[in-house]
Design a protein around this ligand. Structure first.
Ligand SMILES: *[C@@H]1O[C@H](CO)[C@@H](O)[C@H](O)[C@H]1NC(C)=O
Length: 267
């Protein structure tokens, strides 16, 4: 009755049950890990121009270029089950017809990797505000020791390959990655736009979770995360510096390639 095959089937059945239960427990553990994200988004400069927003645009249309400041502390989104966080900043503004939902356009995004994710060139590398160079800053032994001590004091993990603690961002006068275009082709004089931060936490096991604005259990809602309302100016209202209309490159790793520098390991 208990042939080898039946025994094998039982062992395999038991294995899958255990594996599934462990995965379920890991997935659930994310929801009891407390989160208290906060962010401050400020508009720096809004320009509207008529032209070809992409090299593949075949007709001229109005597009907007928004520069911003972002200070965010999303460190608590990184728990032991977090693989990476997809972070984005979108412009939200009323549609031309009141009956339609507001228009949304992503102007900037970043993949924030956890310390357990294998290195990928698309991962976000925080720019150094003190250096114009695209290459990762080199820290002296002394500076590293000072940062280590500071991290220990505030109870944070020190990671040598990061400029700021994981999940913390301080971007100043940041160029967007994408221009804003509207389906109507018209953007000037549109009012009541805001920039809004959003994310998508991608865990090792379990469901993807999106920005929560309200408290859910152990997860506080995002504090801040919305800029003040702004208007798109009229074309020609301000003198536009064409050099100022550049966008940030999509791939982050080019900073490393440009300097032919390998990512530094924590230590
Ligand atoms: C934009 O607004 C300004 C000031 O209110 C007005 O003079 C101008 O005609 C408007 N332009 C368009 C294209 O609506």
């Amino acid at each position: 009755m208990h042939s080898a095959l039946v025994r094998l089937q039982n062992v395999f059945g038991f294995f899958t049950t255990v594996a599934f239960s462990v995965a379920a427990v890991i997935a659930l553990s994310s929801f009891i890990s407390p989160q208290s994200p906060s962010a401050n988004v400020r508009i720096q400069n809004v320009q509207v121009v008529k032209g070809r927003p992409h090299y593949y645009s075949y007709k001229k249309e109005e597009y907007a270029h928004v520069k911003f400041d972002l200070d965010a502390d999303l460190g608590t989104l990184f728990n032991w089950n977090t693989k990476q966080v997809f972070l984005y900043l979108k412009a939200v503004y009323p549609s031309t017809r009141a009956s339609e939902p507001p228009s949304e356009a992503i102007i900037w995004d970043a993949i924030l990797a956890s310390s357990t994710a294998p290195w990928n060139q698309l991962h976000f590398v925080h720019p150094d505000p003190k250096s114009k160079s695209k290459v990762l800053p080199k820290k002296s032994k002394k500076a590293q020791a000072a940062e280590k001590a500071k991290a220990a004091k505030s109870g944070r993990k020190y990671e040598n390959d990061l400029l700021y603690p994981r999940g913390e961002l301080h971007l100043q006068n940041q160029r967007p990655k994408y221009q804003i275009t509207d389906i109507s082709g018209k953007l000037q004089n549109r009012t009541d736009a805001v920039l809004e931060l959003g994310w998508n936490v991608q865990p090792w096991v379990g469901p993807l979770t999106w920005t929560n604005w309200q408290k859910i259990g152990a997860w506080e809602g995002l504090k801040g995360g919305r800029s003040q309302a702004f208007d798109f100016p009229e074309i020609g209202a301000k003198k536009v510096d064409k050099k100022d209309l550049g966008t940030e490159k999509g791939s982050e790793g080019y900073r490393l390639m440009a300097g032919q520098e390998q990512p530094r390991k924590s230590g």
